[in-house]
Design a binder for this molecule. Structure first.
Ligand code: NAP
Length: 197
């Protein structure tokens, strides 16, 4: 089982402004995109084709909903939340709501045949990382300093060693780096106790 992170982050480590703003992401302004002739999706569609289940935290889910049309078609999506009680009826039946630990979820999805999960949302990624479940990370560094915002990474009980696999620079200034997580497991359930946020 691959449990992957695939995310864009400001050079100073934020995945959104404090109010959730994503206007700093390349492509967030359609006019700028046309001006630059930059229609490169940075490999997103190809990555999504390798993903069996997208797992996202409640905050990311609410951000996606606020964009309007559901962006993931019939791709299986698990929304993690301990506060939401139900999802809107108009969402595809492939979207489900769960309140389980990362280890339980990974084990369950592996039993159901999933081979690659895409974990999204800063808080959620940190929980999966601390549980020793993330196997690989693709990080897109956006050439901007935001100064403050919602962080990607946070405190850890121990270092998580990474193996650098590849780095690629795009004409729009994005730098994509792929890492393998050395402590990440590839057979499902978590190996380390979780703690905190
Ligand atoms: N730059 C990018 O590429 C990128 C990508 C994704 C998201 N974002 C942005 O990042 C922001 C969201 O990130 P975030 O760090 O605030 O939060 P998040 O990880 O999206 O969501 C956190 C919430 O998920 C729920 N959750 C996580 N793990 C859980 C578990 N195991 N069991 C039950 N519930 C669980 C909890 O919801 P409850 O409080 O309901 O329990 C928690 O408060 C948004 O603004 C989004 O637009 C940016």
């Amino acid at each position: 089982m691959q449990v992957s992170v695939y995310i864009a982050v400001s050079l100073d480590g934020f995945i959104a402004r404090e109010d959730g703003g994503l206007d700093w992401l390349p492509g967030s302004d359609p006019n700028t995109e046309v001006d630059n002739g930059n229609n490169d999706d940075h490999g997103y569609v190809a990555f999504m084709e390798t993903v069996d289940v997208l797992v996202m935290g409640r905050n990311s889910y609410e951000a996606v909903l606020s964009f309007g049309d559901w962006a993931y078609g019939d791709k299986p999506v698990v929304v993690l939340s301990s506060s939401l009680k139900r999802l809107p009826a108009e969402l595809p039946a492939t979207v489900s709501l769960r309140d389980v630990s990362p280890a339980e979820l990974v084990a369950e999805l592996a039993r159901n045949g999933a081979r690659r999960l895409y974990i999204d949302g800063g808080h959620t990624i940190r929980r999966f990382l601390r549980a020793g479940l993330i196997t690989d990370m693709t990080i897109f560094r956006v050439p901007v300093l935001l100064g403050q915002g919602i962080p990607l990474f946070g405190a850890l009980e121990a270092d998580i060693p990474l193996v650098h696999l590849e780095t690629r620079a795009y004409p729009d200034g994005m730098v994509e780096s792929r890492y393998q997580v050395q402590s990440g497991r590839d057979e499902g359930a978590g190996s380390q106790p979780e703690s905190g946020q």
